[in-house]
Design a protein around this ligand. Structure first.
Ligand SMILES: Cc1cc2nc3c(=O)[nH]c(=O)nc-3n(C[C@H](O)[C@H](O)[C@H](O)COP(=O)(O)OP(=O)(O)OC[C@H]3O[C@@H](n4cnc5c(N)ncnc54)[C@H](O)[C@@H]3O)c2cc1C
Length: 416
């Protein structure tokens, strides 16, 4: 190994970690080492959990071995990250393995904490995990009618579109099973409107999409407890509601290992420079759901808007960080910046989707628009899923070209 050889350690092999590893593998000269630490041997593509719930996918179709999604030069350490020492620049993983780094990329995502709301873990199903979506699919198969409550139980949560997509796909599922007249669908959220981070116009458009599918949308409902015995939801300052099937987006929290390392703010997320994703610690960057990035605007006078937790941002941020690290190692100018652009294909059922896109750093508040619903956005989402899960090779390249060409045809910037 040459004297100048450096080690980049990536924590987490989800969206941000995989993209960072790929970009670094393409950009760093071979003497430099890239190590990715991930506790799970298998990666699951979360946007497809919604299709797992409805039966449009089975688990093997939306999962891959992590190793298969990494280029050969990336060293995979399959282990739990147990501690991080930013002063000594090292990480403890598994049973006492120490890994030293020159550059650290934290991409550990968000943890789910259903136990944070009394009764939620016992009373609710969820499509926010692979196993949860599988179990929910089984529960749906025997559901013959009643009140279905989709509940965002706390803020923040990943993917601002997913609860709305979940409710619309459930509506479509019940329609296809001939149960529309027998099912009442409700969506509860503590937020003041649908997708407040995207502004009032987009919120109104999503609200309209929900209503046209017969989904009752209840804003400003903060869940405080669930009684699985009486099947009742208690809300802060609002009347309680009864359910027959409860589908919850559980509370989220930052990974414990980051809190213990002193890397988080009071809310448990990692503050970063929004342009470079650098943390205040030398050589340490963080990307994706673990980060806390304020954006222009407020959704209450005392509550600033935060960049949503979404794969599209984890993806873009990881590419920026990898390019900046590669540039600093090779001595090239660091030109990559995260600019706050994001998009989301919003599944609506019947193979239709809407498309929200815009700039979340726009002043005085995020500039996000919704394009008319159509089949093309749904096809785009399927193509993206296929590309994400494809092994390196010709098929992956062909899918990438198809996505980029499709994006161009519809006036959308797609960079994979
Ligand atoms: C149902 C659903 C639908 C979604 N749909 C969309 C969508 O349409 N568009 C979109 O942009 N986003 C969507 N998202 C959000 C998207 O999946 C996340 O924002 C994205 O995965 C975040 O990437 P990340 O790298 O920050 O974290 P993750 O992808 O969650 O990766 C974190 C990784 O770290 C690993 N890890 C955690 N702790 C440790 C530890 N201590 N040791 C070792 N490994 C550890 C985990 O196993 C995991 O693999 C959706 C999410 C859900 C749940």
């Amino acid at each position: 190994m040459s004297v100048n050889a450096q080690t980049v350690v990536i924590l987490g092999g989800g969206v941000g970690g995989l993209v960072a590893a790929d970009e670094l593998a393409m950009r760093l000269p071979p003497q430099h080492r890239i190590v990715l630490v991930e506790r799970s041997a298998v990666h699951a593509f979360a946007p497809s959990f919604l299709w797992l719930m409805t039966g449009a996918r089975r688990a093997p179709q939306v999962t891959r071995e992590v190793r298969a999604l990494l280029r050969p030069r990336v060293d995979l350490v399959q282990a739990e990250v147990r501690s991080i020492d930013v002063a000594a620049r090292r990480v403890e993983a598994g049973d006492g393995q120490t890994i030293s780094y020159d550059h650290l990329v934290i991409a550990l995502g968000a943890e789910l904490a259903p136990e944070a709301v009394p009764g939620l873990a016992e009373g609710a199903r969820t499509f926010y995990t692979l196993e949860g979506a599988q179990h929910l699919h089984e529960a749906l198969a025997t559901f013959s009618g009643g009140s279905v409550a989709v509940v965002v139980s706390a803020l923040p949560y990943k993917c601002p579109g997913a609860p709305h997509e979940g409710a619309m796909l459930l509506s479509d599922y019940f329609r296809r099973r001939g149960l529309s007249g027998k099912v009442e669908l409700h969506l509860f959220t503590p937020e003041p409107q649908a997708m407040p981070v995207a502004g009032p116009a987009l919120g109104a458009a999503v609200d309209q999409m929900l209503r046209s599918r017969g989904i009752a949308f209840h804003a400003a409902h903060k869940l405080t407890a669930v009684d699985p015995g009486t099947r009742e939801l208690a809300f802060d300052g609002k009347p309680s509601a009864r359910y027959d099937l409860l589908v919850a987006i559980p509370p989220h929290r930052g990974p414990r290992v980051l809190r213990e390392a002193g890397l988080t703010n009071d809310a448990g997320w990692v503050p970063v420079d929004r342009r470079t994703l650098a943390t205040p610690h030398e050589g340490v960057h963080a990307v994706g759901d673990v980060t806390a990035i304020p954006i222009p605007g407020r959704w209450k006078p005392d509550v600033p808007l935060m960049l949503p937790k979404a794969g599209v941002f984890a993806h873009d941020q990881a590419r920026v960080v990898a390019r900046r690290i590669a540039a600093s190692i090779t001595g090239a100018p660091a030109e990559a910046d995260f600019c706050g652009d994001g998009y989301c294909m919003l599944e609506a059922g019947e193979d239709l989707a809407g498309f929200a896109f815009g700039n979340f750093f726009a002043e005085p508040s995020p500039d996000v628009r919704l394009r008319r619903m159509g089949k093309a956005w749904h096809v785009g989402k399927v193509l993206f899923e296929q590309w994400w899960l494809a092994p390196f090779g010709l098929r992956r390249r062909a899918l990438q070209l198809a996505l980029e060409a499709g994006g161009k045809a519809y006036g959308v910037r797609v960079t994979l």
